[in-house]
Design a protein around this ligand. Structure first.
Ligand code: FMN
Length: 422
């Protein structure tokens, strides 16, 4: 399928990183229309009816999230853009930041107008040095030209955007840990409720949205929610989506397509298929935190609801491909070690659960385990399931349990022979 990119339409036009280039390609029309022609409530209504869902992982409807912010003008309200992007297999926000930083500034400004925020933050993964410079520059240029600052475009709307750089911890992407970090504290998730919309940054109502979510917004305002909802699989899975392809495909990279493209099209057409003589063993559709799928799922539409129905998730749409050269127990040990390392340790199920998952799994992979150890890993996962403060632990459990259910023979092989079946 060929698809005219929307979010990455300016990739390959490096002049848009400067405001004049961005304006020349239609930039800031969405913000201009929002502040001059629409009320904040109308903006929220447009985003709601577009069907836009959060692209950070959970797929929560964006317009609904914005509408939870109390309208009380006495309350300080914040927009926080989540640019932490640490999910293994995911590199779409980085592509957006590199290609088109003003598009993000515009999306944040429209979101801020909609909820009555005058101070927005971007929480950016520490390793993104070039992207931080690009965004700083874009913010400065937008201030100079009157798209940020006081009296934006001659209206009463005022907004400042502050860039905050993290120090490279996966947990900082979890929205409440991110807010703690932004407040200068150790990044550990808060217990919810209250959700950030009621008590977020400095206990004030806060919208936390992913980079990709926010860059959709100018297009919804300019082209209308009906246009947006006609892309993808309406009514619940609409709009363009950036899929990231990694692992054992010939052409890894990102590609923007309508939400709901099949994994077959992604892997075979856009990824160039597998290496010569290899066959597909498994793929993870939504970053390393999603349950594994197998070749029988190749024709499944890659959207929120269908993937959820078959026991996995779209997550961050980081599609990781494994061919028949991959040893699944090894791959799962590596993945689980990541979650153990990144667990913040605040809650016991996650701190202890990921520790014991790694310990028993290592024993199995090293050939020192037993068949009962395989069931023990499943029992640890079952005990930990739905018991943590945040979703990091579920991200460790889903790939691991699904891999044991789908490829138990490979785990048994390690137990019996002390080496990989591949
Ligand atoms: C451990 C963990 C890491 C996360 N990392 C990110 C991230 O890097 N970027 C992101 O946008 N959301 C991440 N999320 C999801 C956020 O908590 C939150 O749902 C999201 O930023 C909301 O934005 P959205 O509604 O636009 O998707 C993470 C969640 C968890 C549990």
């Amino acid at each position: 399928m060929s698809f005219e990119p929307v979010l990455l339409r300016n990739a390959g036009h490096p002049e848009v990183r400067d405001i004049d280039g961005y304006l020349a390609r239609g930039g800031y029309q969405g913000l201009t229309k929002a502040v001059k022609e629409l009320s904040p409530a109308q903006v929220i209504e447009m985003v709601k009816s577009s069907g836009l869902r959060g692209r950070g992982g959970a797929g929560f409807p964006t317009g609904n999230k914005w509408s939870f912010i109390p309208a009380d003008p006495k309350l300080t309200r914040y927009v926080v853009c989540n640019a932490d992007e640490s999910e293994p297999g995911t590199f779409k926000d980085r592509a957006l930041l590199q290609a088109d930083p003003h598009q993000l500034v515009e999306g944040i400004a429209i979101a801020s107008y909609a909820i009555g925020c005058q101070r927005a933050f971007v929480y950016m993964r520490g390793e993104f040095a070039e992207e931080a410079d690009l965004l700083e520059r874009a913010i400065g240029q937008a201030m100079e030209k009157g798209y940020l600052g006081r009296k934006i475009l001659g209206t009463d709307f005022a907004l400042e955007i502050t860039l905050f750089r993290g120090a490279g911890a996966y947990i900082c992407g979890e929205e409440t840990a991110l807010l703690e970090s932004l407040e200068g504290k150790r990044p550990m998730p808060r217990s919810k409720p209250p959700f950030p919309a009621i008590a977020g940054l400095y206990a004030s109502p806060t919208v936390v949205n992913n980079v990709e979510t926010l860059v959709n917004v100018p297009h919804i305002i300019v082209n209308g929610p009906e246009w947006y909802a006609s892309i993808g699989v309406p009514p619940r899975n609409t709009g363009p989506k950036i899929y990231c392809l990694s692992g054992l495909v010939k052409r890894p990279g990102w590609v923007e397509l309508p939400l709901g493209v099949t994994a077959r099209e992604l892997i075979e057409e856009h990824g160039g298929g597998l290496r010569e003589g290899r066959r597909l063993k498994a793929f993870i559709p939504g970053g390393s935190s999603a349950a594994l799928l197998t070749p029988e799922h190749l024709d499944t539409p890659m959207e929120y609801d269908t993937l959820m129905k078959i026991g996995s998730m779209l997550g961050s749409a980081g599609v990781i491909v494994m061919d028949d050269s991959v040893c699944i127990p090894h791959a799962m040990l590596r993945t689980t070690e990541f979650y153990y390392h990144e667990s913040c340790g605040k809650c016991t199920p996650c701190r202890e659960g990921t520790f014991w998952m790694v310990k028993v799994l290592s024993r199995i992979v090293d050939g020192a385990g037993t068949s009962e150890d395989i069931d023990r890993v499943l029992a640890i996962c079952e005990m930990a399931h739905n018991n943590a403060l945040c979703a990091l632990l579920e991200g460790a459990i889903a790939p691991l349990t699904s891999s044991i259910h789908l490829f138990r023979d490979e785990f048994e092989y390690h137990v019996r022979h002390g080496r990989c079946p591949t």
